[in-house]
Design a protein around this ligand. Structure first.
Ligand code: T3D
Length: 255
């Protein structure tokens, strides 16, 4: 059985982390398989959005610690450099929206991979743990960049040092995720809805949001001007405006 399952449904690439007996913790082939699936999502024009979730009772327990400690396993520096850094870069630079459906506990790199997605839903029984501090590591997978920006420096600092478990409801309340839900149908349906939207414009929005993390206001205004010009030349902008004026439903292509 493959560590990553993927299939296309209604123009959405559904990626399922599939090592349920080890709470979908990552081993090296699984990290590479996820990277390949994200590359496929970027380049296959049939795919207009991605939905990432996990099999079984967990979303992902981060790095497989048995592999990390094994003499035959990859070196720690290579785990971060070759597994998690590329996953986070690929998620943030993927030109299609990525919806995450956190189906259970998300710990360590698993939590930060979820938080790198564009729209994060979590089952209300799910939870998030910055588990790294409990084993003497530092938060990786972009956690030290993403979490303080989502929930503020002080909360991020406390959660990362204490390794406390945060429920999905609390994660929603503090702005760590978009929504805590009773069932993940809403999450998958959101990915399907996004896949029918002007996905080129959504990509340019994501690009602007990515850069807003480090830009000055002036830099950001200049970037908005540039990206809006690009969006204004798209097929989807033309289609959206004409459909509005004709009082019909637009058919977007993501171009
Ligand atoms: O070198 C490096 O590591 C660098 C990379 C770092 C990236 C990271 O992600 S570091 C952080 C690694 N993750 C963790 O520290 C989390 C470890 N797991 C847990 O704390 C708990 O499992 C959970 C809080 C996530 C869930 O707890 P619970 O009680 O619901 O489940 P459990 O009984 O602990 O786990 C169930 C099984 O999954 C169990 O296996 P068994 O006994 O049934 O055969 C457990 O060993 C296995 N499992 C869970 N997490 C991992 C794991 N096996 C390997 N690696 C794991 N991360």
């Amino acid at each position: 059985m493959s560590d990553i399952l993927s299939r296309i449904e209604d123009n959405v690439l559904i990626i399922t982390l599939n090592r349920a007996d080890k709470l979908n913790s990552f081993v090296r082939p699984m990290a590479f398989a996820l990277q390949e699936a994200l590359d496929e999502a970027n380049y296959n024009p049939e795919i207009r959005a991605v939905y990432l979730t996990g099999e079984g009772r967990a979303f992902c327990a981060g790095q497989d610690l048995a592999e990390a400690i094994s003499k035959e396993g990859p070196e720690l520096e290579n785990i971060v450099k070759e597994h998690y850094n590329p996953i986070i870069e690929k998620l943030r630079n993927l030109k299609k929206p990525v919806v995450c459906g956190v189906n259970g506990v998300a710990a360590g790199a698993g939590a930060n991979i979820a938080l790198a997605c564009d729209v994060v839903f979590a089952l209300n029984k799910a939870s998030f743990i910055q588990a790294f501090s409990k084993i003497g590591l530092i938060p990786d997978s972009g956690g030290t960049f993403t979490l303080p920006r989502l929930i503020g420096f002080q909360r991020a600092s406390a959660l990362m040092m204490l390794g406390d478990k945060i429920s999905a409801d609390e994660a929603q309340q503090i702005g760590m995720i978009y929504k805590s839900v009773e069932g993940l149908d809403e999450a998958l349906n959101t990915a399907k809805k996004l896949a029918k939207m002007p996905t080129k414009g959504l990509w340019l929005t994501k690009k602007a949001l990515n850069e807003s993390m480090t830009n000055t206001l002036t830099d950001q205004l200049n970037l908005e001007e540039k990206l809006q010009t690009e969006a204004g030349k798209s097929f989807d902008y033309n289609e959206g405006v004409n459909a509005f004026l004709d009082k019909r439903k637009p058919i977007f292509k993501g171009e």
